[in-house]
Ligand binder design. Structure first.
Ligand code: IMP
Length: 428
């Protein structure tokens, strides 16, 4: 059974990019199944730091073919920018190894403008989106008026569809007192991009099924995190796509009979960007401490937007839920080196809401907003573990923390990372 699905187990930014890059070492295909350039996947190789938004994180492994699946929303300009960046770094970006699903949807300039307009009109209740046009693009998709990537193969009809989408969006922009777009001029760069992207278009559903049947090893790369899923996340403070295991199957178009592993990637503490409840959120010195220290300082700033991430203790209530809705067979716990040096570490094992104990997040957002975490305190460890490469060399307290996470989330933590480099992933 050749497919491995990689899911962000929290609110995104868990370290999926580097996990996928590592799994891609033995893969034939890496396929993104959802989201768009709201994602920011970082891969560190020596001095080089690659920040990918649309191209799957398998691109840095020469033998890997990369798919942008039907569940994605693609901004052609951003994709070309990223392909050009990779080409400059000597990465093979030929259409023989990168395929865009003809069924993926296009993010137009209208979507970006509408995203900004809607956020502005929400005022205090803004979602805190990445302003990449994600919501409006999925909105058009489900309203059956979106533009699919396959339409880029007919430049004339693509140009017409873009101009129409912009004209329609202008009504809303004018209502919001925002300068309308120019249907001809603003579409032109997209039309030019379509010419360049045409060779990459493919029926990726057919391709991936043929490959899976033939035994190819496929890594399905999730974007964002399970707690931002449009169905299962803290609605309305979510993204607009299915970020969970079900989204992988529908976003690539194959059946569960091929799935061997569902890998949840979880940070060993919590972070969140944008609005919405986060029961274990901390502020002040402790939050800053979780953002990192000294040499181990990995930026807790959004890869896409540069916003500071909200930080807090690990929330095992959310992680247990995430494990349940995704069916994790494996968990990768990232950034364990960041917890080094703390006297004690805490994990939220349950919530109290209106006097009742909850082992899983309550179903309404208002209840989650009122949730008070019930913490368990574990001993910390002082040693710098970033140079540890074998499980048996980890301090006993770090091993106890990992074991506790395994017990709490009902899925085995069988890999941890102690830094961003490829060799800083430890198999347990
Ligand atoms: P959108 O996906 O841009 O519509 O944003 C909706 C919510 O998801 C906002 O809270 C964003 O901050 C959050 N979000 C979207 N993409 C990511 C990501 O890749 N990492 C973390 N948060 C994200």
């Amino acid at each position: 059974m050749p497919a491995t699905i990689v899911i962000g187990a929290q609110w995104g930014d868990e370290g999926k990019g580097s996990t996928v890059d590592r799994l891609a070492a033995t893969a034939d295909i890496v396929a993104r199944f959802g989201g768009g350039d709201n994602a920011g996947h970082t891969i560190n190789i020596g001095q080089d730091v690659f920040k990918l938004h649309l191209v799957p994180s398998g691109i840095l492994r020469e033998q890997v073919k990369c798919i942008l699946g039907n569940g994605m929303v693609v901004n052609p300009l951003k994709l070309l920018e990223e392909l050009d960046m990779l080409a400059k770094l000597g990465v093979d970006i030929s259409p023989e190894r990168i395929f865009i699903s003809t069924r993926a949807h296009i993010i137009t300039p209208a979507h970006r403008a509408l995203d900004a307009a809607r956020e502005q009109s929400l005022g205090d209740r803004a979602i805190g989106t990445t302003l990449r046009g994600i919501g409006p693009a999925y909105n058009d998709k489900t309203a059956r008026r979106g533009i699919r990537a396959g339409q880029m193969s007919d430049v004339e009809s693509f140009a017409e569809a873009l101009a129409h989408a912009i004209t329609e969006a202008n009504h809303t922009l004018i209502r919001h007192q925002i300068t309308p777009l120019d249907p001809e001029k603003d579409a032109q760069a997209y039309v030019d991009a379509a010419e360049r992207l045409r060779p990459y278009l493919r029926d990726t559903t057919l391709y991936i099924n043929e490959q899976l049947k033939a035994g190819a090893q496929v890594v399905c790369e999730g974007a964002q995190g399970a707690l931002l899923d449009v169905d299962h996340g803290s609605y309305p403070y979510v993204t607009s796509s299915s970020t969970t295991t079900g989204g992988a199957l529908s976003g690539l178009g194959f059946g569960p009979k091929y799935v061997a592993h569902v890998v949840g990637v979880a940070k060993c503490f919590s972070t969140r960007v944008g609005g919405g409840p986060m029961p274990t959120e901390l502020d002040g010195v402790l939050a800053d401490r979780l953002r990192g220290t000294g040499e181990n300082f990995w930026d807790e700033f959004g890869t896409t937007t540069g916003r500071t991430r909200r930080c807090g203790w690990l929330d095992a209530v959310m992680l247990r839920y995430s494990s349940q809705i995704n069916g994790f067979t494996d968990v990768v716990l990232t950034k364990m080196d960041i917890l080094s040096g703390l006297d004690e570490v805490k994990i939220a094992v349950a919530y109290e809401v209106d006097g009742e104990r909850y082992e899983f997040p309550p179903a309404t957002i208002e209840q989650v907003e009122r949730a008070v975490p019930i913490y368990e305190t574990l001993p910390g460890w002082q040693d710098d573990i970033s140079k540890v490469r074998r499980a048996e060399d980890l301090p006993a307290a770090a091993r106890a923390y990992i074991q506790r996470v395994t017990d709490l989330c009902d899925a085995p933590v069988n890999r941890i990372s102690v830094g961003p480099e490829r060799d800083q992933l430890i198999h347990l």
